[in-house]
Design a binder for this molecule. Structure first.
Ligand code: PMP
Length: 285
């Protein structure tokens, strides 16, 4: 595996960052993840736009233009000879003596890229089986719309899911509604067959897969209600699923061990997964 670190490509095991990198010490960094189909970046523009927004919310300058970044991302993919996988990009404010406030002297942002392979056959087998999720109280900060590397609550939630024999954790707010998954957005197909997902103005990450899927859904002539749902509503629903660059559209068949609908992946999620992948392949750059 070849990594990119601050202008250089090198074997990943030799790739290092400075111990006073603010991403390492303070989670003062943002990231993006693109799915790769046939070596191409999926939903490229959406992820670039969100990256720029995350950076601007933290007042970190964009380390290079979109055009240049596209070339570097492609070069990272090429050097790893990966066709299907994920590209991870992280940008931190940079290296400075430890102090919570921003460095007084301007520092260059630090940028890291890694590429990993995904077995698309195994992913389809997993999608055909579906996954279980658990629920856990929402305990993240008020700016979940910024894609920062401050992922400790997400990591703890995911570990809780794993220990319960589940794959994903859904955060539940104080009103009893699901906000989103630890690394995905959450959806149901309600009793009337209407799609439902929490609206993106709430304190959630505005998933790029979610955004593209809304378009796919509109084109397929299906209806969506951008409204939150409870875990009980998910259990009573016909279907549930999650979306994200890593999971695409993945059926959820149980919530806290309670079967969703018939307890098996349903036709709507299967169709949307197929349509999303078709769109991704057709638009990847
Ligand atoms: N919510 C959270 C908390 C996430 O970490 C992710 C994955 N990065 C998502 C939603 C899905 O976002 P996307 O579709 O852009 O991958």
């Amino acid at each position: 595996r070849i990594a990119y670190v601050n202008g250089r490509f090198l074997p990943q095991r030799e790739a290092t960052v400075h111990i006073e990198d603010r991403g390492y010490q303070l989670a003062d960094a943002v990231y993006e993840v693109w799915a790769l189909f046939d070596g191409k970046l999926t939903d490229a523009e959406g992820h670039f736009t969100r990256l720029e927004r995350s950076l601007s919310e933290l007042r970190i300058p964009m380390p290079m233009s979109r055009r240049a970044l596209t070339l570097v991302l492609r070069e990272a993919v090429r050097r790893n000879r990966i066709r299907d996988g994920l590209v991870y990009l992280q940008v931190s404010r940079g290296v400075a003596p430890r102090d919570h406030a921003f460095p007084t002297q301007p520092v260059a942002p630090a940028m890291v890229i890694t590429v990993s392979a995904v077995d698309r056959v195994a992913a389809e087998i997993r999608a055909a089986k579906g996954i279980g999720v658990i629920t856990t109280p929402e305990n993240r900060w008020g700016r979940c719309d910024i894609k920062t590397v401050g992922l400790l609550p997400n990591a703890l939630a995911k570990q809780k899911a794993r220990e319960a024999g589940a794959t994903e954790a859904w955060f539940v707010d104080e009103l009893g509604f699901v906000t989103e998954g630890a690394s995905s957005n959450a959806w149901i197909v309600d009793g009337e067959g209407r799609l439902r997902t929490r609206d993106a103005n709430a304190n959630i990450l505005r998933g790029i897969t979610r955004h593209t899927l809304l378009d796919v859904i509109a084109q397929a002539g299906l209806e969506v209600d951008e409204r939150p749902f409870t875990p009980d509503e998910a259990v009573a629903a016909q279907e549930a699923f999650i979306t994200g660059a890593g999971t695409l559209v993945l059926p959820v068949i149980a919530v806290d061990g309670r079967p969703v609908g018939k307890g098996a992946p349903g036709p709507v999620a299967a169709r949307l997964r197929r349509l999303y992948i078709e769109r991704a392949r057709a638009t990847a750059i």
